[in-house]
Design a protein around this ligand. Structure first.
Ligand SMILES: C[S@@+](CC[C@H](N)C(=O)[O-])C[C@H]1O[C@@H](n2cnc3c(N)ncnc32)[C@H](O)[C@@H]1O
Length: 282
């Protein structure tokens, strides 16, 4: 595990849990052709930190590519499919941060940010951290849990680069923390850790099996599905989330998807492409 203050090691690592991540493909970490010895060393150290294998000479399959610029997930057999990385300075996230709906954004409304400034949110299915970033940019303190070492490595790389960004470094590293582990276990033991405070909101966005034809699914989502598959154990997240959250649990679902754990929420909010199911505490 890299020794970065914003990354917390999970006590219960993925291998010990019955909810082990359903990884379909484990990508090897590699580097571009003609990489400098320094870059090779950096890639080897990232691989060892996340218990992934390193192979500097690979030309096929799903890989994690360590370039000078960033770490990215790439399918070498499909060069036209873009790479997947965490870039909190991307045009899309910058536009959303500066010109998005702010607290009127569907996710902010679902979390209940109106009139609140510094809510503590536990994003128990962090993925590429975009929802967490939107909430952090609106003032929330966000703890992110991610079980896939590959996705966690991408997130850690994005957080590391944000520390050097003129626009993000002042607030992002203090508001976003990454925990690598299994959310069901970590939530059950959350308040036993001295550094952890009970969250106002637990936010859940597990992978949902896509019913659309694969060509219609966004390229990035296709790579993600190749890497992780659907989160078959997602129903098990709701009970520990309800037991931990002080104010509400928010579940992001594709429009038309069944409720998580077949449990009807108190409020259903329809976003553009998604529905937010809100479970109120008390
Ligand atoms: C759909 S993605 C989340 C996308 C995220 N909301 C975003 O804005 O980028 C779901 C992620 O949750 C992770 N995940 C699912 N179940 C988990 C669990 N029990 N513990 C930790 N991570 C989990 C998956 O590995 C995947 O990366």
């Amino acid at each position: 595990m890299p020794d970065n203050s914003y990354i917390n090691a999970a006590k219960n690592g993925p291998a010990k849990s019955p909810f082990t991540a359903p990884i379909k493909t484990v990508p090897v970490l590699t580097v571009p052709e003609n990489a400098s010895p320094e870059l090779v060393e950096k890639a080897k150290s990232t691989a060892s930190a996340w218990q992934l294998s390193f192979d500097g000479n690979i030309s096929r399959g799903l890989v994690l590519m360590q370039s000078e610029a960033h770490l990215a997930l790439k399918q070498l057999d499909e060069p036209k499919v873009g790479e997947v990385l965490v870039d909190f300075s991307s045009d899309a996230l910058t536009f959303r941060r500066l010109h998005g709906g702010g607290k009127k954004e569907a996710v902010a409304k679902a979390v209940g940010l109106k009139g609140q400034s510094d809510w503590r949110v536990l994003d128990a299915t962090a993925g590429l951290g975009r929802d967490a970033f939107v909430l952090a940019s609106l003032g929330c303190n966000v703890d992110m849990i991610e079980r896939s070492p590959v996705v966690a490595a991408l997130l850690a790389d994005g957080l590391e680069r944000a520390q050097h960004s003129a626009e993000l470094s002042a607030w992002l590293p203090v508001r976003m923390r990454l925990h690598h582990g299994i959310a069901i276990d970590l939530m059950a033991n959350w308040c036993n850790e001295p550094a952890n405070l009970a969250p106002d909101v637990v936010y859940l966005d597990p992978m949902f099996p896509h019913r659309k034809k694969s060509a219609a699914v966004k390229k990035e989502m296709r790579l993600f599905q190749q890497l992780l598959g659907p989160d078959e154990d997602a129903d098990g997240l709701l009970a520990p989330a309800l037991a931990l959250a002080k104010k509400r649990v928010v579940v992001k679902r594709p429009a038309g998807a069944p409720f998580l754990a077949q449990q009807k929420p108190h409020i259903e909010m329809q976003g553009k492409a998604n529905r937010f199911d809100v479970y109120l505490i008390n």
